[in-house]
Ligand binder design. Sequence first.
Ligand SMILES: Cc1cc2nc3c(=O)[nH]c(=O)nc-3n(C[C@H](O)[C@H](O)[C@H](O)COP(=O)(O)OP(=O)(O)OC[C@H]3O[C@@H](n4cnc5c(N)ncnc54)[C@H](O)[C@@H]3O)c2cc1C
Length: 429
Amino acid sequence: MQAQTYYAATAPRMRFAPLAGAADVEVAILGGGFAGLATARGLQERGVHSVAVLEAQTIGHGASGRNGGFVFGGYSRDAADLVSDLGLVAAREFYAHSREAVALIRSRIHTHGIACDKVEGGALWLNWFRHSARAERQLRGQARWLRENLGVVWDEMAPAEVRQWLDSARYGGALLERDAFHFHPLKYALGLARVIEQAGGRVHEHSAVTAIDKADNGGFVLRTAQDVAIRAAQVVVAGGGYLTQLLPALTNARLPIATYVIATEPLPEHLRPIRTAAALYDNRFAFDYYRMLADHRLLWGGRISIQEREPARIAALLKADMLKVYPQLAGVRIEHAWSGLMSYARHKMPQVGQLTPGLWFAQAFGGHGVAPTTAAGEWLADAISGRAGLPAGLQRYGLTPVFGQAGLLAAQATYSWAELQDALKEFVT
Ligand SMILES: Cc1cc2nc3c(=O)[nH]c(=O)nc-3n(C[C@H](O)[C@H](O)[C@H](O)COP(=O)(O)OP(=O)(O)OC[C@H]3O[C@@H](n4cnc5c(N)ncnc54)[C@H](O)[C@@H]3O)c2cc1C
């Protein structure tokens, strides 16, 4: 079994030179994940061409190049909570931003011909609690609520229809978000980085930012681990769950939380259990997320934890989860296993704003960040280029403290509690 992610093993080799000599740009961006890349591209699309992305490791090294590959609407925070936080009108607008981001990713892939194994199959949200009439009613209630409040249409599927698509007796009915798609996230990240570079932007790998200081005559100076300086009028910090103590105001406001993924060997035709192009997940708090890959492997993700684990342990844990749904795959080999760090705020919404004039940040996209990072890139590009201020609703979701290790332990306890609730719900219904 390989510790390398499936994505790293199958992406083209693309390298971006480290920052080697002093430079001067309009906007310097820390972090070569989706948040950093989307901001850089958004700026270029608004005529700000002098941008530099500085990545400590390689492009997509963080969550952006290791995730499930689901590109769908919404945020980590429940849509119903958005409505109670912001009111219906602002929540609808906010939700719409995430759906526009899905469309923007799609159009960037198309416009720039980014080869990233995109599959237009939607996302299928499955009812795990198949014996519960109440859970089935809740699923349909959710579809009605989304339609009536947010104007979003998810198709309802009966249990029998689900059974036609999946060789598993595990689920009841489902809701299909047709507008969603899935892709190879690392190929997309690398492709977008190349687009930024070809449009005149700088993209530097192995260029960890170790200091951000105010420059004497305005703007900022960023220093990298190789002690090279880059000057910038404005800075965006987008280090996700991988940012270390560079800016405590940011790291103290989000928890780095791990989640795990495996990929099987390519499945022979008679063992392929899924006859839909959709990406799949279920309605537990601690849900599985999975999809078929272009080469007939099954990619399977799940669990959240405060620790990153060894690949062999991840493979064992997630294979056991997979067999709860598809026991017929017992003899299948797991060829890749990896973990990734998400960054979570206590309110489970992205944190996007300005620490001091000209020093911007975008973090805490949680486990639902592919579209929201792109939305954040648009908000920041509008704000930095002077086109529009940040959406007012963002102020509701500030840099709330997470209390370090105690916060991590509390998050793990909440997750274990939710797992127990899921188990009980299954048991009593
Ligand atoms: C396993 C996994 C599965 C997921 N599945 C999905 C999914 O299917 N769909 C979905 O919508 N979301 C999913 N998510 C969430 C989504 O991937 C993230 O929310 C999103 O990618 C976050 O992007 P980011 O740019 O904020 O952070 P990251 O992608 O983590 O990027 C941050 C980057 O900053 C760099 N960095 C940190 N510090 C420095 C520094 N000092 N100098 C320079 N660079 C630095 C890091 O090396 C890293 O590359 C998943 C996440 C994980 C981990």
